[in-house]
Design a protein around this ligand. Sequence first.
Ligand code: KDG
Ligand code: MG
Length: 402
Amino acid sequence: MKIVDARVIVTCPGRNFVTLKIVTDDGFTGVGDATLNGRELAVASYLSDHVVPLLIGRDAARIEDTWQYLYKGAYWRRGPVTMSAIAAVDTALWDIKGKQAGMPVYQMLGGRSREGVTVYGHANGATVDDVLAEVERYVGMSYRAVRVQCGVPGLATTYGVSTDKLFYEPADGTLPSQTQWSTERYLAHVPGVFARVREEFGPHLRLLHDVHHRLTPIEAARLGKSLEPYALTWMEDPVPAELQEGFRLIRQHTVTPIAVGEVFNSVWDCQQLIAEQLIDYIRTTVVHAGGITHLRRIFDLAALHHVRSGSHGATDLSPVCMAAALQLDVSIPNFGLQEYMRHTDDTDRVFPHAYRYADGYLHPGEEPGLGVDIDEKAAAEFPYAPAYLPVNRLEDGTMHSW
Ligand code: KDG
Ligand code: MG
């Protein structure tokens, strides 16, 4: 089963996506997501210029060996561009293996551990009343878990608050737009928001909140403590996580659970966080963390240390990534939650898929492989459109993490 073709397809059906499609000599095809928001063409070039030539003629059945070949063979290790490219190859090869075996990939990962994948969506609004209405909307759609983000008085824009409610698309400019941040205003406002949400929706709805890397450990500790009465499922990315030991300080002060990892690319980015039980949920996902092969390794390490999965699933993760993530979600023993922000109708048309939402769960479907494809004709209708993520500054102009 030799690889005879590998195509890199860049398309923008509402937002940019990079997809790798691998073809074998016996007629199988497999797809992998390679989208890196705001840096899409870097991964497209890495794949077409440096990976595709190495794939032609390789045995498509050798998933692990190909992973090691691309990882060790590059000499330069890790990083989002390299790991997204490796992820795309790995995902496409799992898709092919499943099709060849005539079974969904989750069956090859050990079979089902649950009936459905519990998902959460984003309820957000400029005011607390707007937020309550959005939470109501998700509850009306039977979601069991909701991420809550609210505008902060005194700040013109706030992370996670957008006009698009069911989608999450922050890449909003051909050059980066600028947002503003005040830790003081934020910390003063957030606990009151959750007090209102709990008051309105009671104790059973799972609530989450994304800090998006904006605090220091001691500030995050204070936030976590102030949110304890509202029993959040998680406080996400409370601080930038390059310094893994920084989380120890947060842990010493609060029992609000912590979720981290959507920007991580490898097990080595979260090894200490997991092994020292400094976090509760690991948010790595297929496309940015080396594909199904490597993500499973991360989740296995996490399982040993009471850490559950909480894979990233914003709109910039393509339906190919979602289909692959669901195969893992439904099979691993330590699944926690799956983020699920919807795609536009155009995106769904370009990426026909078997997974379905019902009653608060996503279901991967029973198609052989991943159960997702790219319609290359439809993809060609939507040419690449440059789009950057915003940058963020403090009120005095200092650059801050976005
Ligand atoms: O491209 C960046 C987004 O994927 C990120 O901002 C989403 O933080 C995010 C989330 O939790 O979905
Ligand atoms: Mg996040």
